[in-house]
Ligand binder design. Structure first.
Ligand SMILES: Nc1ncnc2c1ncn2[C@@H]1O[C@H](COP(=O)(O)OP(=O)(O)OP(=O)(O)O)[C@@H](O)[C@H]1O
Ligand SMILES: O=P(O)(O)OC[C@H]1O[C@H](OP(=O)(O)OP(=O)(O)O)[C@H](O)[C@@H]1O
Ligand SMILES: O=C(O)c1cccnc1
Length: 473
């Protein structure tokens, strides 16, 4: 990963310089959370933590950076010396990548000298907002595909190289099985996959010659693109001829890809033709501006599709291209005692949650199915309690407190080491994510009008929030 210490907004440096002078011994504790879920979903899949860790491990300023800062003539030499000798002291806690996260839950926290922790805001948000957005989109598409593999095809339509590479990583965390993006595949050890472009067929005198030539070079990777001229009149019949030749030569054909037209009608007829010709195992892959809505529609029409190739709508999260994760100061510490801090707003929806916190997923004893999450102050010992007074953290539902009993609480935020450790593979992260999803109620996972999943806050946290809001109003 590139050195990203300058990927920030100027005001972070301006504040860091001021903090160094005005509050040099004060530490800050920041929460990363979001309030709204893209596509009106009920949760986000967290992603990007590994790149945050790498960015923090590599955080430093080069002589060229310092010369640039000097040329800006904004800060005095003491601050430039501080940056020249920068030594990362920040500490992280986070939910593991792939965790389903609900609105208002801190899923990453950064604690450190105020100047340092403030400097990281933009970079951290840039990384986790992007990857969590794409992982969330991929989760939706994976859900719609109902067990059929998704190949990530988006490099050509991604918003630049970084979005292609890290977007692919996130797409795999959210459920994609493979990618056509060779750089992302190499970098993150993702299965690389692909078929052929229309240019291959166009370049030969006729479609049959194009298919035969391909099969000659790739007898065991014969996924033939059948829609350059006419899927049913020429593409599928020519593919079947070549498949018969392949089989005669001892190779089993892979299948076909259809990239245009009425996919439900074409796949149904192509499936019948392949079966009739003795190729029931030949797979049908489709592509062409697919998203979760089209996938659902196609499967509802009974389209016999084996694989989905998905590019632009996934890699750009086209229908909901923003995840508005924020980075909010929750506490400061000058001596030993943390002081909770709040950002007040006219609407309860925008009140921040003060203090150091932990997020728990709640289960009934003996059950594998979570029924709610709980945000508590970090020093509340939830795990040993059997009864608790809670408020709904949803500002629309926040009213009177209610008792919570009969629960087992699993903490979701864990310390994250900044010393280089073995990197978890994206396949393992995807596996973890799928396990976490099986623990969530099905109705909260559906794509349209998902059921609300309760996220409670403890009475202690709610009271602290109310008190601080009143003091600061
Ligand atoms: N049966 C279907 N139900 C729902 N959506 C479909 C169906 N068939 C195709 N689509 C989707 O509709 C969108 C538009 O497809 P359409 O056939 O109109 O254009 P196209 O195939 O891209 O045209 P072209 O031949 O120029 O490539 C695509 O996103 C495609 O995946
Ligand atoms: O539609 P997406 O979800 O982004 O999937 C990727 C698209 O990229 C290719 O088309 P393109 O026209 O770029 O090249 P081709 O000649 O290989 O079809 C492919 O055939 C898909 O249609
Ligand atoms: O391999 C493919 O079929 C492919 C790759 C990228 C974009 N569209 C298709």
């Amino acid at each position: 990963m590139r050195q990203l210490s300058l990927l920030t907004d100027l005001y972070e440096f301006s504040m860091a310089n001021g903090f160094q002078q005005a509050l040099p011994t004060t530490w800050g504790h920041f929460d990363v959370f979001f309030r709204n879920v893209p596509d009106d979903g009920s949760f986000v899949i967290s992603a990007g933590l590994q790149q945050v860790v790498t960015a923090l491990q590599q955080f430093h300023f080069t002589p060229a950076d310092l010369a640039y800062f000097k040329s800006l003539a904004l800060w005095d030499d003491d601050f430039l010396t501080y940056l020249a000798n920068f030594h990362m002291q920040c500490q992280l806690t986070a939910m593991p990548e792939g965790t389903p996260v609900f609105p208002r839950e801190p899923f990453l926290t950064i604690t450190g000298p105020l100047a340092q922790a403030q400097l990281l805001e933009t970079l951290v948000l840039n990384i986790v907002n992007h990857q969590s957005l794409i992982a969330t989109k991929a989760r939706r598409m994976t859900y719609a595909a109902a067990g059929r593999p998704i190949m990530e095809f988006g490099a050509r339509r991604a918003q630049g190289p970084d979005s292609a590479v890290y977007g692919t990583r996130a797409a795999v965390i959210g459920g994609a099985r493979s990618t056509s993006n060779v750089l992302a595949a190499q970098k993150f050890d993702i299965p690389v996959a692909g078929t052929m472009a229309h240019s291959w067929i166009q370049a030969f005198d006729d479609e049959l010659t194009a298919f035969r030539t391909w099969a000659h070079y790739y007898p065991d990777n014969s996924a033939l693109l059948v829609d350059t001229y006419d899927v049913l009149a020429s593409g599928v019949p020519n593919a079947i001829r070549v498949f018969k030749e392949l089989r005669a030569a001892g190779h089993e054909p892979v299948g076909i890809r259809i990239d245009s037209g009425d996919v439900a009608a074409l796949t149904t007829q192509a499936r019948a033709m392949l079966d009739e010709a003795g190729f029931p195992a030949a797979k049908i892959t489709i592509s062409n501006a697919l998203d979760e809505t089209i996938i659902t529609a196609l499967l509802n029409q009974g389209a016999p599709i084996d694989n989905f190739g998905i590019g632009e709508k996934l890699i750009t999260s086209a229908s909901a291209p923003v995840l508005s994760g924020v980075y909010k100061l929750a506490a400061t510490k000058t001596e030993t005692q943390w002081q909770p801090k709040i950002k007040v707003s006219a609407s309860r929806a925008k009140l921040t949650m003060p203090g150091l916190k932990q997020v728990y997923r709640l289960y009934r004893p003996g059950s594998q199915l979570a029924f709610a999450d709980l945000i508590a102050l970090a020093d509340e010992d939830i795990t040993h309690l059997t009864e608790l007074s809670v408020y709904d953290s949803n500002p629309i539902k926040f009213k009177t407190h209610q008792p919570l009993t009969n629960f087992v609480a699993q903490p979701l935020l864990h310390p994250v080491s900044l010393t280089p450790t073995e990197i978890t593979s994206v396949a393992a992260i995807r596996e973890y994510s799928q396990q976490q999803l099986t623990a969530l109620p099905k109705p909260t996972q559906r794509l349209v009008n998902p059921d609300d999943y309760p996220v409670y806050m403890t009475a202690a946290l709610a009271n602290l929030q109310t008190e601080l809001a009143a003091v600061n109003a």
